[in-house]
Design a protein around this ligand. Structure first.
Ligand SMILES: [Zn+2]
Length: 383
């Protein structure tokens, strides 16, 4: 009798034979078990990738069932990872599935270390940025995917070889408000007024502000349970804030299946060491077009760039910690940096760098919720 993987073992690409043992010994981490995550996980598990690590913080809802093929009516209300794990191991009992019902940034770095490659099926910019920083710091391949109705994209990121997510950031990055501007709750309240959120008062915005929600983006990417813990914010209000600021995007299963097909196929190619040349795929399901792009890595990328521009900052010798925070947030769109110098952390904003003993040419460390590990910058005093 022919084995489970007989037909795929017949594949040979330019002299490189299919290596099923290599797949069986591989571990793939999938962040986000929505429509893309379900499809990619199903593809990889059926093809005999030995182990999947799946992470998702959500429960199954009725509106998921038209796209997210691992869930059934009886799964409504259950964590997605629980239903996904059950169905995936049923599809192929020879593989292992490890699941985490949590936010990606709450998962230990040791879990990420176990994976050979990361797949992102997230629907938000903040999560992609975080996963990219894990990939660059651990030097692991990272394949990002996203869809919007009939459109979708896949990005293959091989740290220090292809551009990382920060090399060519999406437009939204340019729109990041700097929360370090001397903003007041009234500024945020005025911005939110245009959404017509019922029951949102200046008092509540002041409470939000106190807890670090200073911009629309802070609210857009906040976890619902964190918003609900703010005094005056009911679950109903938290949901309305997020639905108005970040309405759900249109999505259809067919586009998700196509994009996840490309994403999981690229993952298989990386795992098997097969030839690969495209760095980004852009799919248009209306015209039927697939654009394949290859861009070069940016030497000045603040995260994966190795040039001086990426690793050094020139500052006035009288600069305060606040001045450095503003420079970092404006140059690199990191709206919430904390600075560490040697054993000093966090550094008070009013301190001058030289007051804490920092000399020109020494390193500071930048800590942010967008970063898995602190980023080092060498500071040069220019006067
Ligand atoms: Zn980069």
């Amino acid at each position: 009798m022919e084995g489970r993987y007989h037909r795929q073992k017949l594949v040979n690409v330019m002299g490189v034979a299919w290596n099923q043992d290599k797949l069986m010994n591989s571990t793939v981490l999938i962040a986000g078990m929505g429509a893309l995550g379900c499809e990619s996980a199903k593809n990889l598990i059926l093809m005999g990738v030995g182990k999947l690590i799946i992470i998702d913080n959500d429960v199954v809802e009725l509106s998921n069932l038209s796209r997210q093929m691992l869930y059934r009516d009886q799964d409504i209300g259950s964590p997605k990872v629980v239903a996904a794990k059950r169905n995936l191991t049923e599809m192929n009992p020879n593989v292992e599935v490890e699941s985490y019902y949590d936010n990606i940034e709450c998962i230990s770095i040791d879990v990420y270390r176990k994976a050979d490659i990361f797949l992102s099926s997230l629907d938000n910019f903040e999560g992609r940025r975080y996963l990219n920083s894990v990939a660059v710091s651990l030097n692991k391949p990272f394949i990002d995917a996203g869809t919007h109705g009939f459109f979708g994209h896949v990005r293959v990121i091989i740290p220090y070889v292809t551009p990382c997510y920060e090399c060519y950031p999406p437009k939204e990055k340019q729109r990041v408000w700097c929360s370090l501007r001397r903003r007041k709750p009234r500024d945020l309240f005025n911005e939110l007024e245009k959404y017509g959120i019922k029951g949102l008062t200046l008092d509540i915005v002041e409470e939000l502000f106190l807890r670090g929600y200073k911009t629309e983006l802070d609210l857009k990417y906040a976890k619902l349970k964190n918003l609900v813990s703010v005094p005056g914010v009911s679950e109903e209000l938290a949901k309305e804030i997020q639905e108005k600021i970040a309405p759900k995007l249109p999505a259809i299963l067919t586009t998700n299946a196509i994009i996840a097909g490309i994403q999981s196929q690229e993952a298989i190619k990386v795992l098997l060491g097969l030839p690969r040349s495209v760095e980004m795929f852009r799919y248009n399901g209306i015209s039927g077009g697939l654009d394949c792009l290859t861009r070069t890595r940016r030497a000045d990328c603040w995260l994966c760039g190795l040039g001086d521009e990426a690793q050094q900052m020139n500052v006035d010798s009288n600069a305060t910690v606040f001045d450095i925070k503003v420079q970092i947030s404006q140059r690199y769109a990191i709206p919430d940096p904390e600075i560490a110098y040697r054993e000093h952390f966090p550094l008070g904003e009013e301190l001058r760098l030289k007051d804490v003993g920092l000399k020109s040419g020494e390193n500071i460390f930048v800590i942010s919720k967008y970063l898995a590990t602190p980023k080092t910058f060498k500071l040069n005093f220019i006067k």
